[in-house]
Design a protein around this ligand. Structure first.
Ligand code: PHE
Length: 344
């Protein structure tokens, strides 16, 4: 076979060549360019050809060597590309995306704080149903039959007709009634929970909100005990320097009744736009449990007396964090909720 034929044969074999593994390429390199390789042999034979053919074959041989080398490089590249495609395109060594951790809702934070304060005073927690009957929300609490709170405009009724209508509780005083019915005396409970009132939604009112109500019944419980309990709570909740004042008020289920204000913790009583210049902020309603209420639950009002109080959690949270619009609590806008991430 002439040198020309051998060169052409090698070129043709390169065209047909197919490889699957790195090892096939290495075999090709050895077969062509190795010590005993075909191209190496051609270079050895080149020494023996006629001087006038040297120029022509010299060029052909160099071109062949380059072609073989290029083929080997190209085969390397194609195999590596194939491997790349099999490798997942994500980089496992990259740091992960930051996950947003949820925070606690300000209403939950406030509720837990109120509960833990009263637990320190020896109160236990009682819960009851949100769907209630008229007796536990109104009747047992001394609401007269024509009281406006019983009106459709204030209360969401589920079954408005019949002797004991079914409704969504408007306050958690219903849980206090249930507690008085079944618990042995003395009683010292707080009743946190969701309540419902048929009110237009605005910055200051919502048809759903949360309350914590409290009840203490024992022998010889006096108004002074009530005042002391509320004062201690206010100091724990709003700071040691907090003062309270009581204003006479009216609730069907307490007599006497009072509304309690705390000294404004923002202006320290000087008067600001949060306390509307008065230096005081209203936080809760309270009073001595009306003897009619005790008797309705089978408690002898000649032997026992008690006090009750009730507060809106939204209101307490608004005063604590100066939230100006009640609707923020229900909209779950993360920009609002994030403000409380660091509050435990
Ligand atoms: N139940 C009253 C309310 O919902 C609050 C309250 C409770 C007032 C106990 C006095 C005593 O507004």
């Amino acid at each position: 076979m002439t040198m020309n034929d051998r060169i052409n044969q090698i070129l043709a074999s390169l065209d047909e060549l197919q490889v699957q593994h790195e090892q096939d390429i290495e075999d090709l390199r050895v077969r062509m360019l190795g010590k005993k390789g075909e191209v190496t042999k051609l270079f050895e034979d080149f020494r023996t050809i006629l001087p006038e053919q040297k120029k022509e074959f010299g060029q052909k041989l160099n071109a062949l060597k380059n072609t073989v080398q290029e083929k080997i490089d190209a085969l390397h590249d194609s195999i590596n590309e194939g491997e790349d495609a099999a490798v997942p395109s994500f980089d496992l060594t990259k740091p992960g995306d930051k996950m947003d951790l949820g925070g606690r809702h300000p209403i939950s934070i406030t509720r837990e704080e109120i509960i833990s304060i009263f637990k320190k005073f020896g109160y236990s927690v009682a819960e009851g149903p949100e769907i209630e009957d008229d007796w536990h929300v109104f009747g047992a609490l001394n609401f007269p039959p024509e009281h406006p709170a019983r009106d459709m405009q204030d209360t969401f009724f589920i079954e408005p007709d019949g002797p004991d209508p079914v409704l969504l509780r408007t306050h958690t005083s219903s849980v206090q009634v249930r507690t008085m019915e079944k618990m042995d005396l003395p009683v010292r409970v707080i009743c946190p929970g969701r309540v419902f009132r048929n009110e237009a939604i605005s910055a200051r009112a919502h048809c759903i909100f949360h309350q914590v109500e409290g009840l203490y019944i024992d022998k010889n419980v006096s108004f002074a005990d009530l005042k002391q309990a509320i004062l201690l709570f206010a100091k724990e909740m709003f700071g040691e320097g907090t003062q309270i004042r009581m204003r006479p008020s009216y609730f069907p289920f307490t007599e006497p009744s009072a509304e309690v204000d705390v000294s404004c913790n923002i202006c320290k009583g000087k008067g600001c736009n949060i306390c509307k210049g008065t230096g005081w902020l209203e936080i809760l309603g309270c009073g001595m449990v009306d003897p009619n209420v005790l008797e309705a639950s089978g408690i002898d009002s000649k032997v026992y007396s008690g006090f009750a109080f009730g507060m809106g959690i939204e209101r307490i949270a608004m005063l604590k964090w100066q939230v100006k619009d009640l609707r923020h609590y229900f909209e779950n806008d993360v920009r609002f909720l994030k403000e409380f991430d660091t509050v435990i």
